[in-house]
Design a binder for this molecule. Structure first.
Ligand SMILES: Cc1cc2nc3c(=O)[nH]c(=O)nc-3n(C[C@H](O)[C@H](O)[C@H](O)COP(=O)(O)OP(=O)(O)OC[C@H]3O[C@@H](n4cnc5c(N)ncnc54)[C@H](O)[C@@H]3O)c2cc1C
Length: 471
């Protein structure tokens, strides 16, 4: 199975030509059709081939978005919303051409309510920009995918990351959305109430829809109070299985870790070299605890006991902000550290997620597969959620190398599915995981197709993503 087989779709040349003319007139310099703009707005993050949009419009308001959607809808031309383009499964590719909507200029905080612990933002704001804006409120937005992604892109991919074990994913943290639908009109999916049983949960339908159902124009998010005390540390283990056992015990005992990340020995070698560190090159857990002076110390002590029981080295932790920053910078740079192991090779980053009790087995079998195939493929995981990533380094120009990787990816996904897990915990389906979505959910994908058809009958929103509209 060619799991990375990116197909071109039907191009409506006449409609595209007409829309290019109209948008140039409506948006002037804010509409670009130059090659470099188009290349920057296609897929750039892994070895999936880029498929360029025909033009890029830099929107500044919901009114702009409505104009673009009405114009494209009238001429049946695809629309591909674009945050910062850090998605990993080809989500911003344009297999049928069309118009990329760039949200970088629609990045304001529209309102913040410290009393209600919520904020409403435009989709183009990045998570780091948002946290800078919130600095003086004593609040923060916790979801942290490695990249400095846009909030719109994070909502659209149902992103999570290192903090999800404590604070949940985008599914848990989006209270409400405004959406420009296929008729070019704006709807709001919910009010600001913390909970609601008013009708279908449209918010969660759009969270994770990868731009295929409509365009998000604003997002209301839950916020958290900045913890009084933050402690963090690392602990090495003799095997990934032992490290995973420590994670499982930590979660089962209900220790409220804020982050518990697994890096295998290859990833540790990469991080040491890239971030100039000297950690033992053994499977390692990176941890963070949020709370008060007492609770952070207590959680650290409890974890320390678990680590000893699982054969881990001594757990050293610190509440010193500088030391913690160094530690987490190394973790955040894990992707680039892995790429630096073999800069001449291509990198394919993939993720799966399994029930936590199957994590040790899934990671250990995956490591054995990597060794048996002679692959260079560091593993890093949001282990507290049963979610892990493999970055396979390979030669995209060598058919044997590509075939080997495809076989590995197929086995990895099937292994996760056989354990009642999912083919993606957080990166989404995009183009790269379509085949596995069908295997994972079978007939439920037909229901998704029906929803898509009813909301987007002409298939203008990000076609060729998640599934092909007609089978
Ligand atoms: C080094 C690295 C590490 C990463 N680590 C993680 C991780 O730990 N966890 C994780 O979840 N992800 C991770 N990712 C993947 C990526 O950061 C996320 O998928 C992120 O949510 C994408 O946001 P973006 O702004 O880049 O969106 P884009 O890539 O621009 O778009 C992603 C999708 O969202 C849609 N979209 C964007 N804006 C809108 C909008 N306004 N309305 C409707 N649809 C929209 C697009 O059409 C597309 O389908 C990582 C990526 C990299 C490069």
């Amino acid at each position: 199975m060619a799991v990375r087989d990116v197909k071109a779709g039907f191009r409506n040349e006449e409609g595209i030509g007409t829309v290019l003319g109209i948008l140039k007139q409506s948006f002037g310099e804010r509409f670009q059709t130059g090659q470099s703009f188009r290349e920057q707005h296609a897929h750039t993050t892994t070895y999936l081939p880029a498929q360029l949009p025909d033009g890029v419009v830099f929107v500044e308001s919901a009114e702009d978005v409505k104009t673009v959607v009405k114009t494209c809808a009238a001429h049946r031309v695809p629309i591909i919303p674009f945050g910062v383009g850090s998605s990993l499964e080809g989500q911003v590719n344009a297999p049928s051409g069309g118009i990329s909507i760039d949200f970088s200029r629609m990045n304001r905080v529209l309102r913040v309510s410290p009393a209600d612990l919520d904020v409403t933002v435009e989709p183009g704001i990045t998570r780091e920009e948002l946290n800078r804006e919130l600095r003086d409120t004593g609040l923060f937005f916790p979801i942290d995918p490695g990249a400095n992604a846009s909030i719109g892109g994070m909502a659209a991919t149902r992103a999570s990351g290192t903090n999800a074990v404590r604070y949940g994913t985008m599914k848990d943290n989006v209270l409400s959305l405004t959406i420009v639908a296929a008729d070019g009109e704006e709807i709001r999916t919910a009010r600001r109430a913390r909970k609601s049983s008013a009708g279908y949960d449209l918010t969660r339908l759009f969270v994770g829809s990868e731009g295929t159902l409509g365009v998000i124009t604003s997002i209301t998010l839950r916020l958290q109070g900045i913890p009084e005390k933050i402690g963090g540390g690392v602990c090495a283990f003799p095997s990934v299985a032992a490290a995973c056992d420590a994670v499982i015990m930590t979660i089962q005992m209900g220790i409220p870790v804020a982050r518990i990340e697994l890096l295998d020995e290859v990833q540790m070698r990469a991080c040491n070299a890239y971030s100039k560190l000297s950690y033992p090159e053994k499977p390692t857990l990176f941890l963070e605890f949020h709370g008060t002076e007492e609770t952070v110390a207590l959680q650290s002590a409890q974890f320390s006991e678990i680590a000893t029981e699982c054969g881990g080295d001594e757990f050293r932790w610190t509440a010193n902000a500088e030391e913690r920053a160094k530690l987490w910078n190394a973790r955040h740079n894990a992707y680039w550290a892995s790429r630096a192991l073999a800069p001449e090779l291509d990198g394919l980053s993939t993720d799966v997620c399994v029930p936590i009790s199957r994590l040790a087995e899934c990671v250990a079998e995956t490591q054995a597969d990597i060794v048996a195939e002679g692959l260079l493929a560091p593993i890093v995981g949001h282990a507290g959620d049963g979610n892990f990533h493999v970055l396979v380094l390979f030669d995209g120009k060598d058919p044997t190398s590509v075939e080997k990787v495809e076989g590995f990816i197929e086995r990895l996904n099937r292994r996760a599915l056989a354990m009642d897990g999912t083919c993606t915990g957080e990166h989404g389906i995009g183009q790269g995981k379509m085949a596995f979505l069908e295997e994972e959910l079978g007939g439920a994908v037909d229901l998704m197709r029906s929803i898509k058809k009813s909301l987007d009958p002409d298939n203008i929103f990000n076609p060729g993503n998640i599934f092909r509209a007609g089978k």
